[in-house]
Write a protein that binds this ligand. Structure first.
Ligand code: PMP
Length: 390
């Protein structure tokens, strides 16, 4: 088998220490080792999301979609929700909420663009909304929302601010307490960089008060069922509601310990530098970025390629040692590919990715000058050498 680097949009770039810590034969979910891994992961997740101790952290089986769906635990029957969507994953809220007895309205941006803060405020101030959902980084385009600005602007108009941070938390700034965000959620396999299998969220006191009302959620994802055992883990004990993804929790604890050592500030700088170097590189090769310039994320980049079959490009790149993601946004699906530079990404991955993009496109008829992309990327890494761990 070819040894490959995974630069898909999550999971992305495996860390072998983190992956292998998921192999825990003969350790069960009632063991002291598991209880410690849960407690540590819950506490560290609060730190990674900038949530203080008034926030309740949850780790549940599944992934990002499970965490998204679990938020109906906070909604009453007939709640009115504004869905702000910049693409496929923002749209997922519509898919989820349409299964529940709630009302919603969708504010949608075109591919590569973002719904603006003033559009959101004008919609919320003119209606009677209980909650708003916002995707911090839209994985189908790489568009990042200015979360602080939005959260501050919408606070007067809505009770619950719910942020999908699946493609951002662990690689972008999130300050749940300071920005007064009620729910931040993610999945284990994205920028936190652990094994697949868990959804994570923190919920504000305001959100937790909503758990007192009658539930409209189903059984497995009803956070009322998980609340007590999460509290038990936090206080050093354990508990069972449904079997947790044991290996994933150990790998999460390992990720969090590496994040603690690296520090979130350094981690965000590393993501910022790697993403900037990657974008400089592809632009130097004459390619365009999907997200508008002021909306580009640290974690995901969409790159346009014209007159090339995307699947053929993905396979050609894979043969050369890097796996990228295909385009998924319906408006531009056949014209771009996606790169995840998140989790454990390092400069060497970016240089390899740029080399492989150039070689693969040239094999498919482009005429990209050798080393043009990598030299541009190296110039970025040279500017910020102290911020990037090699
Ligand atoms: N939201 C966003 C922004 C995502 O990127 C994803 C996964 N790509 C999801 C939700 C769904 O997460 P999962 O695939 O872990 O269910």
């Amino acid at each position: 088998m070819v040894s490959r680097i995974l630069l898909h949009v999550g999971p992305s770039v495996a860390n072998y220490g983190v992956q292998s810590s998921a192999v825990v034969p003969n350790i069960g979910f009632a063991s002291p080792e598991f209880n410690r891994a849960m407690k540590y992961s819950l506490e560290q997740f609060r730190l990674v999301t900038g949530a203080d101790e008034t926030y309740m952290p949850f780790i549940i089986p599944g992934g990002g979609t499970a965490a998204m769906e679990s938020i109906v635990s906070f909604l009453a029957k007939d709640s009115n929700i504004l869905i702000v969507t910049n693409g496929v994953f923002g749209d997922r809220w519509e898919g989820i909420l349409s299964r529940y007895p709630v009302k919603f309205k969708v504010l949608r941006a075109q591919a590569g663009k973002a719904v603006t803060t003033s559009q959101i405020v004008s919609e919320l101030s003119g209606g009677n909304f209980d909650a708003v959902t916002i995707t911090q980084v839209e994985t189908s385009t790489g568009v990042r929302m200015p979360m602080k600005e939005i959260a501050e602007a919408v606070r007067p108009y809505v009770k619950l601010i719910i942020v999908d941070g699946v493609a951002s938390i662990g690689g972008e700034r999130m300050n749940a307490s300071q920005w007064d965000i009620d729910v931040c959620l993610t999945a284990s396999q994205k920028a936190i960089g652990a094994q697949t299998g868990a959804g994570l969220l923190v919920a504000s006191r305001r959100a937790m008060e909503m758990l007192q009302q009658p539930s409209i959620s189903g059984y497995l994802l009803d956070l009322r069922n998980w609340h007590k055992i999460m509290e038990n883990f936090l206080s050093g004990g354990g508990g069972y509601f449904a079997t947790p993804p044991i290996g994933t929790i150990f790998s999460l604890a390992e990720s969090f310990s590496r994040i603690e050592e690296e520090t979130m500030d350094a981690r965000i700088s590393r993501h910022r530098t790697c993403s900037e170097a990657f974008r400089k590189g592809v632009m130097e090769m004459g390619l365009d970025i999907v997200a508008l310039e002021n909306l580009r994320s640290n974690t995901v980049t969409g790159v346009y390629i014209e007159n090339v079959d995307i699947q053929k490009f993905i396979r050609t790149a894979m043969d050369r040692g890097v796996e990228f993601g295909a385009g998924v946004h319906p408006e531009i699906k056949d014209r771009y590919f996606r790169v995840g530079h998140m989790g454990w990404v390092e400069p060497s991955h970016i240089i390899k990715a740029l080399n492989v993009i150039g070689q693969s496109l040239n094999a498919l008829g482009y005429n990209i000058e050798k080393d043009s992309g990598t030299l541009a990327a190296k110039a970025v890494f040279d500017r910020y050498p102290e911020k990037v761990q090699q």
